[in-house]
Design a protein around this ligand. Sequence first.
Ligand code: ZN
Length: 332
Amino acid sequence: MMRALSNSRYADVSRPSLAAQRARLLLALAPVALLAAGLFAATAHAVEVRFEPVAEGVYAFVGELGGRTAVNEGLNANLGLVVTPAGAVLIDSGATLQGARQIHEAVRRVTSQPVRWVVNTGGQDHRWLGNGYFRAQGAELIAHTAGEADMRSRGNDHVEALRAALGAKADGTVPTLPDRWLKQPDERLELGGVVFEFKHRGGAHTPGELLVWLPQQRVLFSGDAVYVDRLLGVLPVSRTLPWLATFAEIERLQPQKLVPGHGRVTDLATARADTRDYLQALRAHMKKAVDDGTDISAAVKSFDARPFMRLLNAAELMPGNASRVYLELERE
Ligand SMILES: [Zn+2]
C-alpha cells in the first residue's frame, strides 16, 4: 500500500511533466547559452574567469551550472582565491592547462602576488587538472592524502573525457599530483600569515573531499561537499555517509559566507536545503528500501523527488544518484 502510494506519487511528478521539465530546463539554460555565445563573439577567450570579492582578501569565481563545454573550458565549478602578503592561495586549479592560464590571468587582475599555493578540494577534473600549469609557475600543490588513489586512477580518464567534450581546448593537460599531502582529519597551516584550517571527514562527492576554512574571515570553501542552485551528483566514488559527516562539520563551523563547489556564494540555510536535505531524504528512503528487500528499480522509482526538482539538472541526475545511494546502503 505504502509502496503503491509512493510509486504513484513519483509518477504524478515525473510522467506527465517530463516535457514540462525539459522546457523548464531549456528556459533556464537559454540565457546562459545566449550570454556564453555573446561572450564568445565579443572576446578572444571563450570563458571569462572573474574573481568576485567575498571578504577582505578573499575572492570566488562562480562557474556555470551546466555541463563541461568548449565554451566554458570545463570551468563549470567554483574556485577560490585568498591574497596574502606573501603570495596568493588558489583553491582548485581548473580542468585544463588552458583553463589554468585563464585562471592565472584572472588572479593577476586581482593581485600582483604570485600564486604560491594551490589547494585541491577533491578529485574531480576541474579541482586539479590545472595543477601542472601552476607548478610550472612555482606553486606548491596541496591536497588530502585520502584523494591520492582517486586522482591516480581517474586522472587520465578525466583528460580523455575532456578531450571529447572540449576538443583542442583540452590540449596540453597532464594530470599532475599534489606535492604536499595532508594526512590528518584536521590540519592548520599559516600561508603568508593567513590561517587556513583543512578538514577531511572521510570523503563526500570524491574520496579526497577537503573543506577549506578561514577562521579569521569566517569564510568556508566547501568544494563539492555543498552544491546549491543545481542538484548534486552522486558518483561511483562518492560516499554519502561521510558526506553528511562533512556537512555536520560545516554546521559546527557556522560560516558567515559559504562558497559552495557549484552555485552562488551562499549561506548555511540554503546549503541545508539544497544539499543536506536531499542527501538525508535519499539515504532514509534507500535504507528503508534495502531493509524491506525492495528491489533497486522500485526503490529508485518510489523516491519522492518533488522537493528537489526545482534544482537545475535534477531530472537527469536523480535516477543515477538514487541507484548509487541504494548500492551504498546495501554495502553499509
Ligand atoms: Zn564538481
